[in-house]
Design a protein around this ligand. Structure first.
Ligand code: AHG
Ligand code: MN
Ligand code: MN
Length: 353
C-alpha cells in the first residue's frame, strides 16, 4: 500500500496547473498508454505477439508486431481528449491526423512506441519515448508544425519496461521517476529530482562500429579502454544493452556516457538515432538532471530539424565526459589534436625507440 505517496496524476496536475493543465491531461493519457504497453510486453511469449511482420517502417526497418501494436495503443489512448493537434511516431511515415469526431487542441505528441524492439523477443528491457511540443493555435497540425528544435519541448519522458515498469518525466522542472505499483495500477513518485552523477567510469557504445567512427570518438574510447595505464588514469567499464531507454535509465541512476555517434557506415545517415522522438526527449531528461547531450559539435536541443524522421549523432550523459568529447571533436576539426596513436602500439618497444 502506498497511501499518501505522490502518484503520477497528482504530480502532473500540480506541475501543469493553469496554462498547461491540458498538457497535464495529455500526460495522464500517455501514462495510461504506458500501462497498457507494460501489460502487453510483460506477457512475453504468452501475449502471442512475438516476432516480426512483413512490413517495414519509413526508415526501412522491419516492423515487429509489437512495434505496430504499441503504436496503436498510444494513438487510441491519446487521440480522444481534445488536447492534441496531431501525433507523429517512428512507426508512421506521416503524422497522424486526429479523427474528425474528436476535438483538437494545441499540443503535438511525438513518440517511439517501442524502443529497443530487437530486445523484445529475448526478454531484455524495452521502452517508450515521447516528446510534447505545441503550436500557437488549436487545429490540425501541418507537417511543418512538428519541425521544432528540442529546446521547444514542453515535456519529455520515457517508460522502461524492465523488472519494474518506470516512467521518467520532465515538464521543464527537473527529471522525476515513477515506479508502477502493479497492485494499485498507480505510478508512484520514487525518484524525485534525479541528478546524473558527475563522476563516471562507465561508457556505452556499440564497438562493432569502431572502424566507422570519426577519430575523436576513436580517441575517447581508446583512452577509456587504456584504463589505468592511459591518460585517464582509471579503469572504465563498458555496457551495451541496445535499448537506448535502458542505457539512459542507467545513466540517470548511476552516471556514465552513452554514444551513438556519427559514423561513415552509410553516408546517407548522420547517425543511428532519430532526432525528434529519441534524441530530443532524452536530451531534455538528461539536461534537466544536470547532464549534457550533444552531437559532438552542437547541443542536441539546438539542432534545427529538417524532416520528421531525421537521424542525429548522440553523445549524452555525465557533463564532464560529454564536454571532453566535444573538445575532442573541436580539436579534430581545427587540427589541434595530436594524430591518434593506438595506446597499444605506444607500449610496444618494437614500434618505438
Ligand atoms: P528502435 O528499436 O526504436 O529502432 O531503437 C533501437 C535503437 C536504440 O534503442 C539502441 O540504442 C540502438 O538502436 C541499438 O542499435 P544497434 O543495433 O546498432 O546496437
Ligand atoms: Mn528507438
Ligand atoms: Mn522503436
Amino acid at each position: 500500500m502506498h497511501i499518501g505517496r505522490t502518484t503520477l496524476s497528482k504530480f502532473v496536475i500540480e506541475q501543469t496547473r493553469g496554462q498547461y493543465s491540458e498538457m497535464g491531461a495529455l500526460l495522464i493519457d500517455v501514462a495510461a498508454a504506458v500501462k497498457t504497453i507494460s501489460g502487453l510486453v510483460g506477457k512475453g511469449a504468452l501475449s502471442g505477439f512475438a516476432g516480426a511482420l512483413d512490413s517495414t517502417n519509413v526508415q526501412g526497418e522491419v516492423q515487429k508486431k509489437l512495434d505496430v501494436l504499441t503504436n496503436e495503443a498510444i494513438l487510441r489512448h491519446c487521440e480522444w481528449g481534445g488536447q492534441l493537434a496531431g501525433m507523429a511516431s517512428e512507426e508512421m511515415d506521416d503524422p497522424y491526423r486526429i479523427p474528425e469526431r474528436y476535438p483538437r487542441g494545441r499540443y503535438l505528441l511525438i513518440f517511439d512506441p517501442l524502443d529497443g524492439s530487437s530486445n523484445s523477443d529475448v526478454n531484455v528491457s524495452v521502452g517508450t519515448i515521447f516528446s510534447i511540443l505545441q503550436r500557437s493555435t488549436a487545429g490540425d497540425a501541418e507537417n511543418v508544425d512538428y519541425l521544432q528544435s528540442g529546446c521547444e519541448q514542453l515535456a519529455a519522458g520515457y517508460a522502461i519496461y524492465g523488472p519494474a515498469t518506470m516512467l521518467v518525466l520532465s515538464v521543464g522542472r527537473g527529471t522525476h521517476g515513477f515506479t508502477l505499483d502493479r497492485e494499485s495500477g498507480n505510478f508512484i513518485l520514487t525518484h524525485p529530482d534525479i541528478r546524473v552523477p558527475e563522476e563516471t567510469r562507465e561508457f556505452a557504445i556499440n564497438t562493432s562500429n569502431e572502424r566507422f567512427w570519426e577519430p575523436p570518438v576513436q580517441r575517447y574510447v581508446a583512452e577509456c579502454q587504456a584504463g589505468k595505464t592511459g591518460i585517464r588514469g582509471a579503469d572504465f567499464n563498458m555496457r551495451w544493452i541496445a535499448s537506448m531507454v535502458a542505457e539512459v535509465h542507467r545513466i540517470l541512476m548511476r552516471g556514465g556516457i552513452f554514444m551513438y555517434p556519427k559514423d561513415n557506415k552509410d553516408p546517407a545517415k548522420p547517425g543511428r538515432l532519430r532526432l525528434m522522438y529519441e534524441a530530443n526527449p532524452m536530451a531534455m531528461l538528461i539536461e534537466q538532471a544536470g547532464g549534457a547531450a550533444s552531437t559532438g559539435r552542437q547541443r542536441i536541443a539546438e539542432v534545427a530539424p529538417e524532416t520528421l524522421h531525421q537521424r542525429v549523432p548522440v553523445i549524452l550523459g555525465s557533463k564532464s565526459e560529454v564536454q571532453r568529447l566535444e573538445r575532442y571533436h573541436e580539436e579534430y576539426d581545427t587540427g589541434a589534436d595530436r594524430p591518434f596513436v593506438s595506446p597499444l602500439f605506444a607500449e610496444r618497444s618494437l614500434f618505438r625507440d
